[in-house]
Design a binder for this molecule. Structure first.
Ligand code: 13P
Length: 249
């Protein structure tokens, strides 16, 4: 089965209206690879509306979502609001949120279900710490996260994706060895198939953690790698577009 890779940029807490030019350039150039790769930019909540208006037809996303539909949740944003602002995709369970906001697996699962239920595409993140990897518990840890955070099925392979992001590789310049990526993605694949049957074989599993132009091709050649979730290298079109191009190969 050929799988169109999903290359998503995660701008984290970077970006104001001054950066809309980068969004426009990324969207414009990504059109060249339409059909060969799917591209998304998950910008800060404050920029979603302007970004979506600036690049109609291009996939703009959010980096988090509240799991409830509405209510007394100061500072939070629900699926309908993201939709209304123009988002088409949302990241849930990023390790920075699991850590800084104490988001547990059950909470992440509820967020994924809220996003999918509202018609948003969802990228669900998992990943082990350096301590867990060094203790030989990486596959076990991530497996547990996957089992406990997957949204209830059925899921659609076009709207639901997983991202494996080893915490120690995020923003550090350190990338997991291709053998380790292969081992982890294959373990995640088994769990997806166990959870969703045949559909699980088609769910894209992105790799994230210091992906850049110089390593993207090698990472995309690893079996069961269905794309990338890119932090730092997604902020500038000049850094991000070669990754998009590698994903289209
Ligand atoms: P970097 O690409 O900056 O390592 O960030 C990865 C990440 O956390 C994407 O969600």
């Amino acid at each position: 089965m050929t799988m169109v890779k999903l290359i998503a940029g995660n701008w984290k807490m970077h970006g104001t209206s001054e950066d809309l030019g980068e969004v426009r350039t990324i969207a414009e150039w990504s059109k060249k690879f339409e059909g060969a790769v799917e591209v998304a930019l998950c910008v800060p909540a404050t920029l979603i509306h302007r970004a979506a208006e600036a690049v109609p037809g291009f996939l703009i996303g959010a980096q988090d979502i509240h799991h409830k539909e509405k209510g007394a949740h100061t500072g939070d944003v629900c699926a309908a609001m993201l939709h209304d602002a123009g988002a088409g995709i949302v990241i849930v369970g990023h390790s920075e949120r699991r850590d800084a906001h104490r988001e547990a697996d059950g909470h992440v699962k509820a967020k994924a279900e809220a996003g999918l239920g509202a018609g948003l595409k969802v990228i669900l993140c998992v990943g082990e710490s350096l301590e867990e990897r060094e203790a030989g518990r990486a596959v076990e840890t991530v497996g547990r996260q996957v089992d406990a955070s997957l949204p209830a099925g059925p899921v659609d392979t076009g709207t639901f994706a997983l991202a494996y992001e080893p915490i120690w590789a995020i923003g550090t310049g350190r990338v997991a060895e291709v053998e380790d990526i292969e081992e982890m993605h294959s373990a995640i694949r088994e769990r997806l198939v166990a959870a969703y049957g045949e559909t699980g074989a088609g769910v894209r599993i992105l790799y994230g953690g210091s992906v850049k132009a110089s390593n993207a091709g090698e990472i995309f050649a690893v079996p069961n790698v269905g794309g990338a979730l890119v932090g730092g290298a997604s902020l500038k079109a000049a850094d991000f577009l070669p990754i998009v191009e590698a994903g289209a190969d």
